[in-house]
Design a protein around this ligand. Structure first.
Ligand SMILES: *Cc1c(COP(=O)(O)O)cnc(C)c1O
Length: 387
């Protein structure tokens, strides 16, 4: 950190001198603008490489499995944590036209990345301000309740989708309310519902499909959409007119049938900050939870729980130097993780790979594949993976 050890203007100086006489170097510093600083930044010690080819291949695979249905893309939560600015253009290029986000705040990034695309907002319109933004942006609200239907109609209405609850009891209109006169005033483009247990062989899947079909029969000319990633793999009955995969686009495998088809998309890497030698008996990290039984070498790596590499990685996890697994030792801390690199030529500045095969990583950490993607923090530099 340049200047860290150099005493600047005394922190004890009188208030009258604040903003006054600064040494020239410090004054120059303070006059640098944020864009200057950002453009001068060195490469990040944390990078998240996105394999856009795999992402496109996953969308095409899900599109094939969707049969005649249109295949959309759930890109909420910044493209499941991978960066909407990278994944949305790649998905649009692959052929996706309908994008789903949860919040209105997520709309600008998606429209910026795919101008003219159709963006639907799953949380719907809670009030007049959200309805006004829907109109201004052209994004389409998913109406989830009679209250939301009223907000949308009162604001002037227009095209919308309708989410009906078919048994998950999370978000969506009760089937008993679809006959309400307010609903008849909606201009519904797609009638939607969401599966609670599509990743399991549960009787709930067929029950939800049945309930959804009963409701949909009351809207004979409206397109229907039920399947998320796992739902697509449940079979042709679940595909209907529009599918909404998320997880599997990004390399998640929610049902075994998708293994072998879906490819890994996210490759996180972190730089080695320091390598040190330990003698037998020396301990490592917070609370000294690991003690070297023999002489060994360890490397301190620039990733920690603030970056989404949570402490559960420390149980049995490893980072990789090429093909070599370097077991994590001691506790993962906020910004750093320590690995055993005994016998490997690991140097400061080398990048280690965080193994992100999602089904494996989920098994290892106890986190869900969804959590593993969305927990990756803002210090990762998200960039296309080049071969
Ligand atoms: C997140 C979400 C999806 C995508 O689900 P995946 O399991 O990630 O494929 C589809 N529909 C709705 C309503 C969602 O909230």
């Amino acid at each position: 950190m340049p200047g860290c050890g150099t005493p600047g203007p005394s922190s004890h100086s009188a208030p009258s001198s604040r903003g006054g006489v600064l040494p020239a170097a410090r004054r120059a510093n303070s006059e640098r603008t944020l864009p200057d600083l950002l453009s001068a930044l060195p490469p990040a010690a944390l990078r998240l490489l996105i394999d856009r080819e795999a992402l496109a291949a996953n969308w095409h695979a899900l599109d094939r499995l969707s049969g005649d249905a249109e295949t959309g893309a759930a890109v909420k939560a910044d493209g499941y944590g991978l960066g909407a600015g990278i994944v949305v253009p790649a998905l649009a290029k692959a052929g996706a036209r309908s994008f789903f986000v949860a919040h209105w705040q997520e709309v600008p990034a998606v429209l910026d990345a795919a101008p003219g695309a159709s963006v639907s907002v799953l949380h719907g319109v809670a009030d007049a301000a959200e309805a006004a933004f829907a109109r201004a942006s052209g994004a389409v609200p998913v109406i989830n309740s009679l209250h939301q239907a009223n907000v949308w109609v009162e604001s002037g209405g227009g095209p919308c989708h309708l989410m009906v609850d078919s048994g998950m009891n999370r978000l969506g209109l009760e089937p008993a309310h679809v006959g309400d006169p307010l609903i008849a005033r909606l201009e519904i483009e797609v009638l939607m519902s969401h599966l609670a247990s599509a990743d399991e062989d549960s009787a709930l899947n067929a029950r939800q499909l049945y309930t959804f079909r009963e409701v949909a029969a009351q809207f004979p000319d409206t397109r229907r959409s039920l399947a998320n990633s796992a739902g697509i793999a449940l079979g042709p009955d679940f595909r209907l007119d529009l599918t909404r995969p998320g997880l599997a686009l990004y390399g998640g495998i929610p049902r075994p049938a998708l293994a072998g088809t879906i490819r890994q998309v996210a490759y996180p890497e972190a730089a080695v900050l320091q390598v040190r030698a330990l003698s037998a008996g020396e301990s490592v990290g917070y609370n000294a939870t690991f003690t070297a039984e023999r002489a060994m070498r360890v490397a301190t790596v620039a990733c920690g729980y603030a970056d989404g590499i949570l402490r559960c990685w420390g149980r049995e996890g490893a980072l990789f130097h090429g093909d070599a697994a370097l077991p994590i030792v001691g506790r993962v801390s906020m910004d750093m993780t320590i690995v055993d690199c005994t016998g490997h030529d690991v140097r400061e500045g080398d990048f280690l790979t965080i193994p992100y095969d999602l089904p494996h990583a989920a098994e290892l950490t106890g986190l869900s594949q969804y959590e593993l993607l969305t927990v990756l923090g803002s210090r990762f530099s998200r960039q296309p993976k080049t071969r």
